[in-house]
Design a protein around this ligand. Sequence first.
Ligand code: HEC
Ligand code: HEC
Length: 271
Amino acid sequence: MTLRFFCLALAVALPTPAAFAQAAAPTAPVPATGVANAPSASPAARRVSDTMAERVAACVACHGAEGRATTDGYYPRIAGKPAGYLFNQLVNFREGRRDNATMRYLVSNLPDAYLREIAEHFSAQNPPYAPPQPPAASPAVLERGRVLTATGDPAKNLPACAACHGSALTGTAPAIPGLLGVPRDYLNAQFGAWSNKTRRAQSPDCMAQVASRLSAEDLGAVTAFLAAQPVPAHAAPATSAIEKLPLDCGGVPAASAANPASSAAAAKGAR
Ligand code: HEC
Ligand code: HEC
């Protein structure tokens, strides 16, 4: 943990590329070489060279080339996630609904339009996925995880993950992410964050409700199952809008509002 935070602090201290720093931190360090005085480095030339590659150079240091994630399970993949989801997250960090000091710092002064462009950039990337982690649970536990994912648990009023994250669990455009190809550590950490309210979505926060209905045991089964699944070839978020979400989710445009009395029925119906 200490090492991780030390690394985070180090990364933040690194000079960011000019274009990104210009927008993110008005006090961008000027290189100590004579380059700054060369005609090609005039403020106008620097503005012209605001390419997406420069903007996102600071991101790939942690999120991997093209946003494919690194081998450290703590840094999530951002490539190929629905653009609306990525945008919502950048806004959530900026507004303090998600609590990661580095992420918050990086987006603190960036306007919506700029964040939307970055979200669309990473959403359009499709680098290969790492193979799944070897199953870290017994067959019975993995089966419990599969059942909860596919059908939920009506007795606990828990809707199926697939009812929102897509029948293939590869997400639903525009704003619900896929659940495959995500390390178990990261999945567990997100549920922990929802439980202690250091991760919130726009209200109503459906994932906070899902988290509150999952026992620690069931959560362990679900994340063990998910992390052991391979990502299907050509995985992409489902594009057909979900007719009715089993719970209302802020930031997710709904085809029709969820019926308040329908959560249990929807969990049953997903069987
Ligand atoms: C110093 C490392 C670091 C840098 C640099 C960084 N990130 Fe992150 N990012 C993280 C970590 C760690 C998380 C997970 C935080 C958490 O668990 O809430 C994260 C989470 C995210 C998420 C949410 C992912 C999800 O699936 O919910 C997005 C989107 C994101 N980062 C985008 C970016 C972008 C865009 C940049 C560049 C402007 C960037 N990050 C730079 C470390 C970094
Ligand atoms: C009612 C719809 C709904 C259901 C049911 C649901 N989710 Fe979600 N989930 C969402 C939405 C919406 C988000 C995005 C939240 C946000 O914007 O922060 C999300 C985000 C997530 C994330 C964050 C992914 C990331 O990259 O950071 C995880 C993990 C997750 N859900 C797991 C699950 C699991 C496991 C289940 C089943 C036990 C489940 N969800 C059931 C709607 C749902």
